[in-house]
Design a protein. Structure first.
Length: 460
């Protein structure tokens, strides 16, 4: 614990939804929900206006629609969120070399290491200046917590929401924590919280009063001792500038359960390709291939295979995932598939010739099949009967998603409000403009094209 509140925790307010409201003037002050819009989609973020109806993150989208039927439901635009996040992280980097990002919209900062804070007054000044800079640079608000430890700084930022700053003076920790739920302590999830409740402990004060020996008896040596210290306000975890990734993974949830074994295999191969792309982009390789399968009844199976050494070879990962799939019963249907690589390293093991040879043989077979398919007039990716191909006179219908950025040749930038029955409705407005007018077009209108997101605040 520090003697001064020089650890800062920043949490952007309803980040995805707030970014959408800033980008779309007609949505400001209205309920906005961002997430997967399919039958099995979940809420990623809800604006504060939507939260008044009970909508919250991780809620099934179908339930959110029942609670707030008049909200705007939009697909995520991660390219915009990443761009704004980079701006925010740059501002944090000006405060200190020790910035620990937790997600796109959340991070810890060690103000003492940056020399910008040494007592409560200077810490508060740094926090307020950060909030002003974020608002000016992005048009969005963030909540700031300041304390002598990471745990308390995060608690303070929650108390500050939305668009506020809370500073916890060192020495007041136990008084502040005492009446709060045990769930506020890091590492206390639903299962641990229920275990403690059955033992008669529901508040942080209960944990502190129970004593270390009792918590160790209930939860084990490491967890019990750590929990007792945190219940008294002690948290000596440092702000770590770089957190090593432990795994790389991708997964997809399907709107309709997959029953066809061939289709399931194809989806696993595609996931393996995406996973390897992320693995290479991060500059890593990995030893353990992981397959995740969530079946029709929500039961989730995880299978893994550990290689002789780390690899980033697509053929090796794809074949390992396929072998793992062979051992999974998919009878009844599959609602989610995932492929991951763990045991990461920053090099590849050269002694994988046997597996690489198998992958090369598979690639040669695929090339031969591609040539045969081409001779038959079938697309290379099609493994079954030939699929009907669109003709030049009947192009495939374009798909427009709610919230998607578009640009019209005459009317300029806008976003998709909705589409269906061969039509797409667009509202023409942009960040900083007045709420715009709405127009409807045929989905294949040649003057309407997808567009990149515009910056929320014009850059000089």
């Amino acid at each position: 614990m520090r003697a001064a509140p020089t650890i800062l925790h920043l949490d952007m307010d309803a980040f995805f939804a707030a970014a959408e409201q800033a980008a779309k003037p007609s949505l400001r002050g209205k309920p906005v929900v961002v997430g997967g819009l399919g039958p099995r989609g979940v809420v990623a973020t809800a604006s504060y206006e939507a939260r008044r109806f009970g909508v919250h993150s991780a809620m099934p989208m179908a339930q959110a629609r029942r609670l707030a039927p008049n909200a705007a439901y939009l697909v995520p635009r991660f390219s915009l969120y990443r761009s704004v996040s980079e701006q925010v992280m740059e501002l944090l980097g000006r405060l200190s070399p020790l910035v620990e990002p937790l997600s796109l919209d959340e991070a810890f900062v060690d103000l003492e290491a940056g020399g910008v804070a040494w007592d409560s007054a200077s810490a508060r000044e740094a926090g307020e200046r950060l909030r002003r800079d974020i608002l000016g640079g992005t048009g969005l608000t963030g909540s700031v917590g300041l304390a002598g430890s990471k745990m308390l700084a995060k608690i303070a930022s929650e108390e500050a929401k939305p668009d506020g700053l809370v500073l916890i003076e060192p020495g007041t920790e136990r008084e502040l924590l005492g009446p709060k739920s045990v769930r506020i302590i890091p590492g206390v999830g639903p299962a641990t919280g229920e275990h403690l409740r059955r033992a008669g402990m529901t508040t942080v004060a209960d944990l502190a009063a129970a004593g270390e020996d009792e918590l160790v008896r209930l939860l084990g040596r490491a967890h019990g001792a750590s929990l007792h210290r945190m219940a008294q306000g002690y948290d000596d975890r440092p702000v770590v500038a770089e957190r090593d990734a432990k795994s790389v993974s991708v997964e997809d949830t399907f709107d309709v359960d997959l029953h066809d074994r061939v289709r399931i295999r194809i989806e696993v191969e595609r996931l393996a390709e995406r996973c390897v792309g992320r693995l290479r982009a991060s500059g890593h390789s990995g030893r353990t291939i992981v397959l995740k399968v969530r079946r029709f009844d929500f039961s989730t199976l995880t299978r893994s295979e550990t290689l002789r050494g780390p690899t980033d070879d697509l053929g090796v990962v794809r074949e390992a995932a396929a072998r793992l799939l062979e051992g999974v019963d998919t009878t009844g249907g599959v609602r989610l598939l995932g492929v991951g690589v763990s045991g990461l390293a920053d090099y590849t093991q050269e002694d994988l010739f046997a597996q690489a040879a198998e992958a090369a043989e598979a690639a040669e077979a695929a090339v031969a099949a591609e040539a045969a398919d081409a001779a038959d007039g079938r697309p290379a990716e099609e493994s079954g009967p030939a699929a009907p191909q669109p003709t030049a006179t009947e192009p495939p219908e374009r798909h427009w998603s709610p919230g998607q950025d578009v640009r019209h040749a005459e009317l300029g930038p806008g976003w998709v409000q909705g589409s269906g029955v061969g039509r797409v409705t667009v509202r023409f407005e942009q960040p900083g403009s007045a709420p715009g007018r709405v127009r409807t077009f045929p989905v294949d209108d040649p003057d309407l094209e997808p567009s990149d997101p515009l910056p929320l605040v014009p850059r000089p």
